[in-house]
Write a protein that binds this ligand. Structure first.
Ligand SMILES: Nc1ncnc2c1ncn2[C@@H]1O[C@H](COP(=O)(O)OP(=O)(O)O)[C@@H](O)[C@H]1O
Ligand SMILES: [Mg+2]
Length: 364
C-alpha cells in the first residue's frame, strides 16, 4: 500500500489506488473529504483526496476519529502515541487526508532506521561538498513535504543533536541545509509518532523537555488492540476480504473457534499482527469451508513446538491465557471437532464444554 523510497522514507502520490475501506458503522464519524484542492494546485484530472479508512467501532477508536477530525483542519503539530502496530501511521495519514494539505505530499520518515548523519542530511538537506560524497546539493524532506505533511515516525529515538535542530525548525519554520548557513523557509505540517513513553524519556534525560512540550500540544493515543476487542472481528473481516482480493483466493468465513480465539488472543503486535495472521490463515485455508486462525506460534513442524511457550514467556502470559490459547488452537486445528479435541488434550468433553462456555462469557 505504501511506496517506500530509498533512505527509509516514503512519499505518497496525490491520488491513490488504495481500495476504499469498508464504511465505518454509523456511531463513528466519517471523515469529510476536504472541499477541493487549494487554488494553484489543481490536478489535471479532478480527484477526490484519497481517504484511508480507519476501521473500528469501539468507543476508543471513536475518540481517536473525533480527535483526528478536530485537529486535521488546523496546522497544529500532532503527537500520535501507542504500541507498535496499533495504527499510528494510519492516523497520521487520516489527519493528512482530512486536512487542506491533502493534495500536497505525505512524507514519512522512520527516524530509527537511519544513522544520525544520514537522517540529518535527509531531513534538512545538504549543499554540494558538505561532506565527502556530497557531489550534489540535496533538498531536505522538510522542503519535500512543502504544502503537505511530514510524518516523523519513532521520534523517541532521535539523537540530542537532531532534537535541537527539530525544535528549531518547529519554532522558526526554517531550515539550514548541512554545510550551509542559508535560511530556507519551509511550509510543513508535522505529525510525529512514538511507541515510547516520551515523558519517561524526558525524565531519564534522553529526550528534550522543550521538544516534548512542543510535540505534546495535541496528543492522540491509539489504544492497544486487546483493549478494544470489539474491533477485532471487523478488522479481521476487512483483512480477509482484502487479502482474498489481492491474492485471488476464496474468502471462506472464519470458523467459530477462530472467531473466539481472535477475540481472546492478547495480540501484542496489535493490528499489524492480526493483519499478518489473517493473510497467513487465508493462504493456508482458502479452500476449506471455514478459516482457522493461523498464528506464527502455531505448531506445524517439530521445530515450531517451542514457539507457543517462548511467546508465552516473553509476553508474560498468565497460565489462564496459555491454557485458553492451547485449547482454542487445538480445537481450531481439529476443525472444531470437540470429541477429537478433548481426546487429544486428555480432558473430558464436559470439561472442554465448560471451558469454552467460560471463554464465550468472557467475550461478551
Ligand atoms: N483501525 C484500522 N483499520 C484498518 N487498518 C488498520 C487499522 N489500524 C491499523 N491498521 C493496519 O495495520 C497495520 C499497522 O498499522 P500502522 O499504522 O503501520 O501501525 P503503527 O504505525 O502504529 O506501527 C497497517 O497495515 C495498517 O493499515
Ligand atoms: Mg509505524
Amino acid at each position: 500500500m505504501k511506496s517506500v523510497g530509498y533512505g527509509g522514507y516514503a512519499t505518497r502520490p496525490r491520488t491513490s489506488d488504495t481500495p476504499a475501506r469498508a464504511v465505518p458503522p454509523p456511531s463513528v464519524p466519517a471523515f469529510t473529504p476536504p472541499a477541493g484542492p487549494p487554488s494553484g494546485a489543481v490536478p489535471a484530472v479532478p480527484t477526490v483526496a484519497p481517504t484511508r479508512r480507519i476501521i473500528g467501532r469501539s468507543p476508543a477508536i471513536g475518540r481517536v476519529l473525533h480527535l483526528v477530525s478536530r485537529v486535521a483542519p488546523t496546522r497544529a503539530t500532532v503527537l500520535v502515541t501507542g504500541e507498535t502496530g496499533t495504527g499510528k501511521e494510519l492516523v497520521a495519514l487520516a489527519i493528512h487526508d482530512a486536512s487542506s494539505r491533502a493534495y500536497g505530499p505525505f512524507v514519512a520518515v522512520n527516524c530509527s532506521a537511519l544513522a544520525e548523519s544520514v537522517l540529518e542530511s535527509e531531513l534538512f538537506g545538504h549543499v554540494k561538498g558538505a561532506f565527502t560524497g556530497a557531489t550534489n546539493s540535496k533538498r531536505g524532506l522538510f522542503q519535500v513535504a512543502s504544502g503537505g505533511t511530514l510524518f516523523l515516525d519513532e521520534v523517541g529515538t532521535l539523537t540530542p543533536a537532531i532534537q535541537v535542530k527539530l525544535l528549531r525548525v518547529i519554532q522558526q519554520r526554517t531550515i539550514s541545509p548541512v554545510g550551509s548557513h542559508a535560511v530556507i523557509p519551509v511550509d510543513f505540517r508535522l505529525v510525529a509518532a512514538t511507541n515510547h513513553d516520551l515523558a519517561l524519556l524526558v525524565k531519564n534525560g534522553s529526550f528534550r523537555k522543550d521538544l516534548f512540550y512542543r510535540l505534546q500540544v495535541f496528543n492522540i493515543h491509539v489504544p492497544p488492540l486487546r483493549s478494544r476487542a470489539e474491533d477485532i472481528p471487523l478488522l479481521a473481516d476487512h483483512f480477509r476480504r482484502r487479502f482474498a482480493r489481492e491474492h485471488g483466493l476464496e474468502a471462506p468465513p472464519f470458523s467459530a473457534t477462530a472467531q473466539m480465539r481472535m477475540r481472546t488472543f492478547p495480540w501484542p503486535g496489535n493490528v499489524r499482527e492480526l493483519e499478518n495472521a489473517v493473510e497467513r490463515s487465508l493462504i493456508i485455508h482458502a479452500d476449506d469451508a471455514f478459516l482457522s486462525l493461523e498464528l506464527p506460534a502455531d505448531v506445524h513442524s517439530p521445530g515450531d513446538a517451542d514457539r507457543l511457550l517462548d511467546r508465552a514467556r516473553t509476553e508474560r502470559w498468565s497460565l489462564e491465557d496459555l491454557e485458553r490459547e492451547y485449547i482454542l488452537s487445538t480445537l481450531d486445528a481439529a476443525g472444531g471437532r470437540r470429541s477429537e479435541t478433548a481426546r487429544s488434550l486428555g480432558i473430558s468433553r464436559r470439561t472442554l464444554y465448560r471451558k469454552l462456555q467460560r471463554y464465550r462469557e468472557k467475550m461478551t
